[in-house]
Structure formats: structure tokens, C-alpha cells
Ligand binder design. Structure first.
Ligand code: MTE
Ligand code: LUZ
Ligand code: MOS
Length: 770
């Protein structure tokens, strides 16, 4: 079958053979020049003078461009236009691009870029989000969602906990870095190959920067070597600089920053700082909660607004919170402008409630799983989210029960308790954490997509849609949908590069909606063609068009089965249109930006994970011994690809919370800007025992083939590893005090938490007995 089957990724053979073409693999046109960027060395300063003569004198240099050379607007920001392409007058962070040098080779351009002499007049820099908050320095107004009477309910609660906590940011670390290749075409037009999740946005920013109409800019994107959100908005700067140079020099220009520059220039996942207070009863049922989340936005707004909104709308995770007060602040700091990263603020919102629930359980001496279950959505009057959307598709109870049994959670809990009692140095920890994740862009109008399907006269099919392929298997799924709709083999269908001249006004491939939106648009296009073929066949055979069926590479008209290719040929001869466009918008969405209420999500995806870790309490080092993942992909279009998404997202989430540490020095210079200093999980970090399954489910909404989006939600499964580590650390003490384990839980953070547990125990032991 074409659909609901684990077909290999459409490019799998090309990937492993090294034949898949990325932007840097496109054969360069004669005369191609190469650009490099000169970066700010100051976190916040006025530019007094930029001396570029030494740059121009370097071998191979063709030209140097600054902000003054931009004919249109010097801006490449999405939504709010506060992102200069090249710094103009003031620099806002170490790494901000000041100028571009174009040379005859990549190496020459890079060497020349270092020869600039820039004099600065330093301005006060804010490097810490909490300092920004203290100074009331935000990139956007504060957001707040209040339901019920949280203050009164907190005051009345029999038990209360309050505290502060933090999680770090995360570099997207796409294996293929940012890159753009711009070629001038006749009449001032530009053709741009850009590694981007958002070709239409690149078309817009390039046309604005160059003062062109949108119809003069074509953006093409065959595939990315990963995006992970980092190429949703922030491919823009590279697109604009390459296009600017190409337009000015009237020759092809490629801009491919090396990894260190990519790290220094681009934004990452927002680190979050929390202040919370929660009221609960003796069993651990949450009665009221208050949280303030401070996100490091960086120097500009970028996507911080919708990121903060998604954080607010995921603070509940899988839990019913009756009376809540959720605030989010987007702190302006003199660091890279933080941006989309898989989960888009959702993980930062949900991990906070998980930390709070874990703390409640430890305070009460209960197994954290029992406290989690107690607070799940479900039961009378417990299905309304704080933002007013009803949870109508809740499967968290069944899903968690299934995982609890399959992973032998209770037996292993007992075994671990026994192990820890006899093991003073090595400690084990176990945790089960749930996920509920809202699907749809939380900006309603982004939820639309288009597609173009061509059926050629030999019966082969070409699909073009508004989504981009970044390794997630979107093209494979869209081809499966088209093959399924036309009743033909998957091998008959091919997807082409995303191209703004084929499908117009596309949304970013983001918010996990790629297959939901573009799959539906492609299905719409394929259905239109199918209808025309059915009408044609029905007329020929004197039957009703509804009776014509498309299956097994044949068109079935009563007892007659016409091979699809033959039917297409006949239809062509009869002058039937064999190609079609398709369009889709997600139904039923609403959102009130002033009250933060409505129905922002079409549906929810669910999942849960169990992690077991072993911690060396002398060094803080640890291993993930075993992971059990159960994830809801609805009626999966491609279970093989979806299992890959679930495993990859889990490991990426684990990396965020346990290994990946961004560190800026006191001057605001990011010191972890290469794999030598920034550690992402590798093959060796995958657990020896790794069980991943898809939960048997179907989408209760009418999504594409009743599947569910799977790209981002399973990143939250990585929470289980952090809380398993906290569990192991707790075992160092009396098991009751909740250690303040910060994330990323690096060995240093784990040792700090162990010290805190020991100190708390010593304090308790020293207290005089009543
Ligand atoms: N998987 C791979 N291999 N590479 C990626 O860059 N990006 C993730 C996810 N899975 C990504 C990935 C992110 S951030 C999103 S939003 C979705 O894929 C986007 O694709 P989809 O909407 O088609 O799932
Ligand atoms: N909203 C969202 C967005 O939920 N996910 C996204 O990726 C996004 N991107 C831009 C604007 N809103
Ligand atoms: Mo994904 S963060 O929505 O690109």
C-alpha cells in the first residue's frame, strides 16, 4: 500500500550514496563569487568607523558591502522588523554582521573579512535575561494568561511550594549550515537557492532589501541537511547578503558561513528562567499555580512573540490546572536573537510544570508517576485548557497505562530502590513523563498550504507543494498521499524542489504542520485530477462517475480495469486537463491575541517516555541505560519515518536538557561555538536498550489520512531523562528533599545538586530532635 506503510525516505539511497544535492553541491556557474561576513567583536557599541581598505587589498577580493549599499530596506526580520541585515550605526551583539566581503574564493573572502579595523564606542550591554527584566528591557510587551482566582486559591491551599528554576538554550546544529546561492537573471531578477524552511519569507526579505517586486525573486529549495527551526526565519540574513552581492555585482554569489560564524551569528532555542508558586493538597493534586517565565529573546524580536505564546499554551502539558496565572516576558539581551527550535517554546513551557510536579511528589514522598496521573486532564469538568480550548481527544490515560505496563515501570522502580540501597556511589534513577502538544501554527493565518500535481502522459506523477524537506520525510509522505489518492504505486510519484514560482505564498515548514497542510493540499490537487479522470471514464463506459475506483495501478470501471497509464493517455487524447492545483486551510481555529484565549490548535498529539539512568555520584557522569517511548502519530502515514522522528526528537530533547550548554563570557562572546566546545548527543549516547512504539490511534479530527503531526512533539519525551537524573540524585539523600537540578544537567550541575542534597540531609540530621 502507498499509505500507512513504512516506505523508505524518498532520498534514502541518495543520502547514503552521497548523491543527494544540497545547495553547496549545486554545480557553480562560471564567474561565481564567494561572500564572507565581518562580525562585531562588541556586545553593544556605537560604530565610530569601519576601515575596509585593508580588506579590499586582500588577494582575490572583488567588493565589500556595508549597510549603505543596501538599495531597499536594511531589515530581514519576520513579523516585527527590527533585524538589520548589516549593522548600521550600532552593534547589538558579538557576532552581528557588519559588512560582507566578496572574493574569488571562499577562502579568500574569509581571510579578507578578518582584516577590517572597526572602532567602537562601547555602550552598556545587558547579557543576562534577569538583568534585562530588572531594567524593564523587553523586545515585546509582557504576556499574561489568568484563569480563575489563582491568588486566592494559592493562599487557601493546604500545601504550597515556591521556587525558581532555569533551562538553557540550544543550538540547532543542523549538519548542513546556513547557505545561500544567488544568481542574477535578466531585468534585475534574482534566482536564489537557499537552505531554508521558508522560501516565501526569503522571497519577501530579498525583494524588500533589493527594492524588487516579489515576482522578480524566485527561491528554490530541494532539501536541507536539517533545519530544526534554525532556518525558519534566520536563513534570511544569508539570503539577503548573497542576493545583495549578486545584484550589485551582476554575477552569481554564494554565502556559506563556516560553523563557528553560523554559531556566532544565528539565534538558538530560548533559555528560560522561572519563578513559580504552586498550591496542592496532601495527595499532590494541584489547586492553583502561578509562574513567570523570562525568555532570553536576544537583541531583537524575531519569533519570540509566538514562541512565548506557545510556552504559555504548554505550561499545562497534560494536566488540568484550574486556577492559574501564567506570565511570559521576552527579555532583550545583547546576544544572538533567539528563534524557533523544535517545539518552539512548547518544551520550555511544559518542562516547568513537570519540574513542579516532580517537586510536589518528592515533597510528599510519593512516586512522581502517581502525582502526574492524579493531575491529568479528564474527568468531570477537567478538560478545559487555561486558554479556553477543550481537550477533546485525550488519550493520555490509556497511553501512559500502556507504557507503564510495557516498560515494567513498577517492577523496575522496586529493583532500583533495592539497587540504590546497596550502592553508595552509583545511583540509578527512573522517570515516566507524559506529553501533550498542540498542533497548528499559533498564528492562525499561517495554517494554509498549496500544491501542484502534474500527471504526465506516461502515467508518472510530479508533485510540487509549499513545504520543504529537511530530512523529516515530508516529500515521502506527500508522495504517499498522492499515490494513495490516485491508486497508483509510490514509485510512480516524485516530488520536486519547493519553488516560489510554482506554489505561491507558502507558510514556513514549521509547527510540525508540514504533512498536515501540504499533504491535504496535494490530496486536494490529486482528487481534482481523479475526478476529471473518473468523469472521463464514466462517460466512456456509460457508468456513474462515483462508481469509478482507483486502485492497484488501475482505473476500475465496473468489470473493466484500465491500467492507470493507459487511462491517462486516453484522457490526454480527449483533451482532459491532467494537472491541478490544490489548496487547504485548517478548519475551526480562532485566537484572541489580547486575552490569549480561543482554539489555537486543531488537535493534540500525545506521548510518554520512561528513562532509566545510572549516575556516578563522584564525577556527575551518567549513562542512559534504557528508554521506552510510546508516541501518538495518529494513523501514521509512514510508521518507519515516524519512529525515526520519535527517536531523533527524544535524543535531541535529552541533549538539550542534559548536555548542550551555551556559555557566553563576561564580554558577551559566545565561547561554545563549535563541536569542540558544544556537545550534542551522538550515537554512543543512545541507550543500549531503546524501545520505541507508535500508539495505536487515529486522529479524531479529519486530518490527512487521520494521521497526526510528529515532527516536534516527541522532543518533549526527552524530559524523562532529566527527571530520571533528578531521581538518581535524590537517592543520595533521604529521598525526600527535591534537589534543585538545573538544566542542562551537565556533570557539574549534577554534582551541584548532589551537594545540595547532602547539605540538606546534614542540616536535617543536625537538628535537635523534639
Ligand atoms: N527532522 C529532521 N530530520 N530534520 C529537521 O530539521 N525539524 C523538526 C521536525 N523534524 C527536523 C525534523 C521541526 S523543528 C519541525 S517543525 C518539523 O520537523 C517540520 O517538518 P514537518 O512539519 O513536515 O514535520
Ligand atoms: N507558531 C507556531 C509560529 O506555533 N510555530 C511556529 O513555528 C511559528 N512560526 C512562526 C510564527 N508562529
Ligand atoms: Mo519547527 S521549531 O516549528 O521549525
Amino acid at each position: 500500500p502507498a499509505a500507512h506503510h513504512g516506505h523508505p525516505h524518498e532520498s534514502a539511497r541518495l543520502h547514503v550514496a552521497g548523491e543527494a544535492t544540497y545547495v553547496d553541491d549545486i554545480r557553480e556557474l562560471a564567474g561565481t563569487a564567494h561572500a564572507a561576513l565581518g562580525l562585531s567583536t562588541q556586545a553593544h557599541a556605537r560604530i565610530v568607523a569601519i576601515e575596509l581598505d585593508a580588506v579590499r587589498a586582500m588577494p582575490g577580493v572583488i567588493a565589500v558591502f556595508t549597510a549603505a549599499d543596501i538599495p531597499g530596506t536594511n531589515d530581514c526580520g519576520p513579523i516585527i522588523h527590527d533585524d538589520p541585515i548589516l549593522a548600521d550605526g550600532v552593534v547589538h551583539y558579538v557576532g552581528q554582521p557588519l559588512f560582507a566581503v566578496v572574493a574569488d574564493s571562499h577562502e579568500h573572502a574569509r581571510r579578507a573579512a578578518r582584516r577590517a579595523k572597526v572602532s567602537y564606542e562601547p555602550l552598556p550591554a545587558v547579557l543576562d535575561p534577569l538583568q534585562a527584566k530588572a531594567q524593564n528591557s523587553f523586545v515585546l510587551p509582557p504576556m499574561q494568561l489568568v484563569r480563575g482566582e489563582p491568588a486566592a486559591r494559592l493562599a487557601a491551599a493546604p500545601r504550597r511550594l515556591r521556587g525558581s528554576w532555569q533551562v538553557g538554550g540550544q543550538e540547532q546544529f543542523y549538519l548542513e549550515g546556513q547557505i545561500s546561492y544567488a544568481v542574477p537573471r535578466e531585468d534585475g531578477c534574482i534566482h536564489l537557492w537557499c537552505s531554508t524552511q521558508h522560501p516565501t519569507e526569503m522571497q519577501h526579505v530579498v525583494s524588500h532589501a533589493l527594492g524588487l517586486a516579489a515576482n522578480q525573486v524566485v527561491v528554490e529549495m530541494r532539501r536541507m541537511g536539517g533545519g530544526f527551526g534554525g532556518k525558519e526565519s534566520q536563513s534570511a540574513l544569508f539570503a539577503c547578503v548573497a542576493a545583495l552581492a549578486a545584484a550589485r555585482l551582476r554575477r552569481p554569489v554564494k554565502l556559506r558561513p563556516d560553523r563557528d560564524d553560523d554559531f556566532m551569528i544565528t539565534g538558538k532555542r530560548h533559555d528560560f528562567h522561572y519563578e513559580y508558586e504552586v498550591g496542592f493538597d496532601d495527595e499532590g493534586r494541584i489547586l492553583a499555580a502561578r509562574i513567570e517565565m523570562v525568555a532570553r529573546a536576544g537583541f531583537s524580536a524575531d519569533l519570540s512573540g509566538p514562541v512565548a505564546t506557545r510556552a504559555i499554551c504548554h505550561f499545562d502539558n497534560a494536566y488540568y490546572l484550574a486556577d492559574v496565572d501564567i506570565r511570559a516576558l521576552c527579555a532583550r539581551t545583547n546576544t544572538q536573537s533567539n528563534t524557533a527550535f523544535r517545539g518552539f517554546g512548547g518544551p520550555q513551557g511544559a518542562v516547568a510544570i513537570e519540574y513542579i510536579i516532580d517537586s510536589i511528589a518528592r515533597e510528599l514522598g510519593r512516586d512522581a508517576l502517581d502525582v502526574r496521573k492524579l493531575n491529568f486532564y479528564g474527568g468531570a469538568g477537567r478538560d478545559l485548557t487555561p486558554y479556553g480550548q477543550r481537550v477533546e481527544d485525550n488519550v493520555i490515560h490509556e497511553l501512559v497505562a500502556e507504557l507503564e505496563a510495557d516498560s515494567a515501570y513498577r517492577e523496575r522502580r522496586r529493583a532500583i530502590t533495592a539497587y540504590n540501597a546497596g550502592s553508595p556511589v552509583l545511583k540509578k534513577g527512573l522517570a515516566l513523563t507524559p506529553v501533550k502538544f498542540g498542533i497548528s501554527f499559533n498564528v492562525a493565518h499561517y495554517n494554509q498550504a498549496g500544491a501542484l500535481v502534474h500527471v504526465y502522459t506516461d502515467g508518472s506523477v510530479l508533485v510540487n507543494h509549499g513545504g520543504t524537506e529537511m530530512g523529516q520525510g515530508l516529500n515521502t509522505k506527500v508522495c504517499q498521499v498522492v499515490a494513495h489518492t490516485l491508486g497508483i504505486a509510490l514509485a510512480q510519484v516524485r516530488a520536486t524542489a519547493a519553488d516560489t514560482s510554482k506554489v505561491a505564498n507558502t507558510s514556513a515548514t514549521a509547527a510540525s504542520t508540514g504533512a498536515d497542510l501540504n499533504g491535504k493540499a496535494a490530496e486536494d490537487a490529486a482528487r481534482r485530477i481523479r475526478q476529471r479522470l473518473a468523469d472521463f471514464v464514466a462517460q466512456r463506459h456509460g457508468i456513474d462517475a462515483d462508481a469509478v475506483r482507483f486502485a492497484d495501478d488501475h482505473v476500475h470501471a465496473g468489470a473493466v480495469a484500465i491500467p492507470f497509464a493507459e487511462c491517462v493517455q486516453q484522457a490526454y487524447q480527449a483533451r482532459v486537463q491532467l494537472w491541478s492545483e490544490g489548496f487547504y486551510t485548517t478548519p475551526g481555529l480562532s485566537w484572541d491575541r489580547s486575552t490569549l484565549t480561543g482554539r489555537p490548535f486543531y488537535y493534540f498529539a500525545y506521548g510518554a517516555a520512561v528513562a532509566e539512568v545510572l549516575v556516578d555520584t563522584l564525577t556527575g557522569e551518567w549513562r542512559l541505560l534504557r528508554a521506552d517511548l510510546l508516541h501518538d502519530a495518529g494513523n501514521s502515514i509512514n510508521p518507519a519515518i515516524d519512529v525515526g522522528q520519535v527517536e531523533g526528537a527524544f535524543i535531541q530533547g535529552m541533549g538539550w536538557l542534559t548536555m548542550e550548554e551555551l556559555w557566553w563570557n563576561k564580554d558577551g562572546r559566545l565561547m561554545t561555538h563549535a563541536p569542540s566546545t558544544y556537545k550534542i548527543p551522538a550515537a554512543h549516547d543512545c541507550p543500549a536498550e531503546f524501545h520505541t512504539r507508535l500508539f495505536r490511534n487515529s486522529n479524531h479530527e479529519e486530518t490527512i489520512l487521520r494521521s497526526k503531526a510528529v515532527g516536534e512533539p516527541p522532543l518533549l519525551l526527552g524530559f524523562a531523562v532529566l527527571f530520571a537524573l533528578r531521581d538518581a540524585v535524590t537517592a543520595v539523600g533521604d529521598g525526600r528533599s527535591a534537589p534543585p537540578l538545573r538544566a542542562p544537567a551537565t556533570p557539574e550541575a549534577i554534582l551541584d545538586a548532589i551537594d545540595a542534597v547532602r547539605a540538606a540531609c546534614a542540616h536535617t540530621a543536625a537538628e535537635p530532635q523534639p
